[in-house]
Design a protein around this ligand. Structure first.
Ligand code: G6P
Length: 367
């Protein structure tokens, strides 16, 4: 590998710590977002003018980025958005709304299913195709109408970290570009830009919590299962947190929208099933706590990643990690970093091959 490890024990850790730089570089790829779409490729303005819907197809971690984007596109830009794993999308007979942009998301730009989703797109089915990719001159980049390249730099660790968070920055910028055509106010656009500008600092602050997160991670080492809960836009972040944990620590992990806990998974919570809650507000945390009350007797334990301004504190069987107080819109990105560190430390302490987990490949170029 040509990229040096430097002082880090693993590429994954190096890549987690590279995020402030990578996020800033990705944000600075679009200089004049409030007026100019050229950072999304030649001809972006003409295509964006015709977009009424966005259809996202992607795999793995990139699919989770798409799920986050759906909340941003619908809430901030007023654009209908559907997201599907590419391996399903490619084989399904679809009814496509008029004015749909096909958006693929891929670190490598070479994932076979995602590429097939693009290649299968009927000639007149979409107003255009766009890819958010990290590798220039990859197949998806060559074959899409519009291209946005994330500036993550080389990502060596199989478990994606900085590629994911830079994809989220790209998607938030795309939300502004599409939103300003659909009545997203200039104030709101500016607010999002300001939040993106400050994002690297909030990520730095999160990285400073590394030792606290490592301490928290010790509780997961003897466990065989873990449950991640999130509500709204934090649900896909819970999914990404659980994917990271299973990929590198081989602990079985699942993510649920917080409201679904009582519809099944609660039955499984015991001392072998810690529950991780991502960014819950007051009300949700109270509900979770009362749910867990029932299983406390069986040893259920809750790990809460919450805004420090919310003032939650740890109590028996509820451990709180106080996260930086940051704008809502970038919380999915900031909380992801904490969950990456959690998985990393669990895996290191379990002694797995963090950068090359068993059976997994960095890029899946065959079906
Ligand atoms: C593999 C990798 C994942 C990645 C997925 C999609 O499964 O192990 O980390 O998220 O492929 O890859 P892509 O390059 O399309 O983002």
């Amino acid at each position: 590998e040509s990229v040096e490890l430097g002082a880090y024990d693993h590429y994954m850790l190096k890549e987690i710590y590279d995020q402030p730089r990578a996020l800033a570089a990705t944000f600075h790829a679009c200089d004049n977002l409030l007026r100019d779409d050229s950072c999304f490729g030649d001809g972006a303005a003409a295509i964006f003018d015709r977009v009424n819907n966005v259809q996202i197809a992607a795999c793995g971690t990139s699919y989770h980025a798409g799920m986050v984007a759906r909340y941003w596109l619908e809430e901030l830009a007023g654009i209908a958005c559907e997201v599907e794993v590419a391996s399903e999308f490619r084989y399904r007979k679809r009814v496509q709304h008029e004015g749909t942009l096909l958006l693929t998301i891929s670190q490598s730009g070479e994932t076979a299913d995602t590429l097939a989703a693009l290649r299968n797109a009927g000639e007149h089915e979409f107003v255009g195709t766009m890819v958010i990719a990290n590798v220039d001159n990859s197949s998806l980049v060559r074959e899409s109408d519009l291209v946005f390249l994330t500036r993550a730099g080389a990502e060596i660790g199989v478990a994606s970290t900085k590629a994911f968070t830079t994809q989220l920055v790209a998607l938030l910028m795309l939300t502004i570009a599409l939103g300003r055509r659909r009545g997203m106010s200039p104030e709101k656009q500016q607010e999002v830009i300001n939040a993106l500008q400050r994002l690297p600092d909030f990520v730095e602050e999160t990285l400073e919590l590394d030792t606290n997160i490592q301490q928290l991670s010790e509780a997961f080492i003897p466990k065989h299962h873990a449950l991640f809960l999130g509500r709204g836009i934090q649900y896909p972040i819970a999914m990404e947190g659980s994917l990271k944990l299973k990929e590198i620590s081989y602990i079985h992990a699942e993510a649920y929208p917080a409201g679904e806990l009582k519809h099944g998974p609660l039955a499984l919570v015991d001392d072998d099933m810690p529950v991780v809650a991502v960014a819950p507000g007051d009300e949700l945390l109270e509900k979770l706590k009362s749910n867990l009350e029932e299983v406390r007797s069986r040893g259920g334990e809750l790990f809460v990643f919450a805004d420090r301004a919310a003032g939650f504190s740890s109590e028996p069987r509820v451990k709180v990690l106080n996260m930086p107080h940051c704008p809502e819109v970038i919380k999915p990105i900031v909380y992801t970093v904490a969950l990456q560190l959690l998985s990393y430390h669990v895996a290191v302490q379990k002694g797995t091959d963090v950068d090359k987990p068993r059976n997994l490949a960095k890029s899946v170029t065959v079906e």
